[in-house]
Design a protein around this ligand. Structure first.
Ligand code: ZN
Ligand code: ZN
Length: 266
């Protein structure tokens, strides 16, 4: 199977599995946030309110690029949407295998098809891979660790790392903190000077992923890319609802998560 056949196979597999309920995130200036792809409140702002406040406090210490793959229709008053069911049940114990496999395939496909696109802004491919740890199950046992293992990556035995929980782990869910996580001493050389790919499952406020990004930057990472399977939208909020409802096409893995359209290198 050559490269383009593999891409076509992955795209079709995803269309079958999640096409019916996942929707590609979109990057429209004046409409969606350049960071999290959520709605912006006014057409002259590049970022949503939450991402703007993170930016005001942490500036360049935040992730350099944030790539959520699909919108999720959350908090729907008339009953749970399949997209929300998938990202919620994925974290359940016992594990909802179909949901984990769906998100794994999303991450694997995005990093297979769009690896060179993710490398454009940092000027090089990712050199290390980690994931945003979960407070109650921070290690490799959490399904997010499985997501990170899907990242297409060659000769990777010494390029993966796991973050520790830091003293700030118990702080408010919407606060970015540089002490929520920590880079273990023995992994510091996997981070210093490197473009680190940070994998997460769901972006709500982004505070956890951005906290992990700040921690990696403080440990010397030259560039942090957050690759997140899902961007949670609140269907009971008018601006989130109209964004989700405007997306009618099934999830297409060929849509570039970096540009929201065609790939920058094509
Ligand atoms: Zn945002
Ligand atoms: Zn691309």
């Amino acid at each position: 199977m050559n490269g383009s056949q593999l891409h076509e196979t992955l795209r079709n597999a995803l269309l079958d599995r999640v096409g019916g309920f996942f929707r590609n995130t979109v990057r429209h200036s004046g409409e969606t946030c350049s960071v999290c792809t959520g709605p912006v409140f006014s057409s002259d702002s590049a970022r949503c309110g939450v991402c703007s406040s993170h930016r005001a406090e942490f500036g360049d210490q935040l992730a350099d690029q944030v790539l959520p793959l699909t919108y999720v229709c959350g908090n729907r008053p008339q009953g749970i949407h399949q997209s929300a069911h998938t990202v919620v049940s994925y974290k359940r114990t016992p594990v909802a295998e179909k949901s984990v496999e769906d998100l794994c395939l999303m991450i694997m496909t995005a990093t297979t098809i769009h690896a060179s696109c993710i490398a454009v802004s940092p000027g090089r491919a990712w050199q290390a891979v980690t994931f945003v740890p979960s407070a109650n199950n921070p290690g490799r046992g959490h399904p997010v660790a499985r997501l990170a293992r899907q990242v297409a990556f060659h000769n990777d035995a010494d390029k993966r790392l796991t973050l520790d929980l830091g003293p700030g782990i118990e702080s408010g869910q919407r606060t970015v903190r540089d002490d929520r996580f920590a880079v273990p001493e023995h992994y510091r050389d996997r981070v210093a000077g490197k473009h680190v790919l940070l994998v997460d499952d769901t972006w709500t406020s982004g505070a956890k992923a951005q906290s992990a990004a700040v921690t990696l930057k403080e440990a010397g990472a030259s560039h942090v890319t957050v690759l997140c399977a899902a961007r949670w939208c609140r269907y009971d909020w008018e601006n989130h609802r109209s964004l989700f409802d405007s997306r009618t096409e099934p999830y297409d893995a060929y849509v570039c998560p970096v540009t929201g359209g065609t790939c920058p290198t094509n």
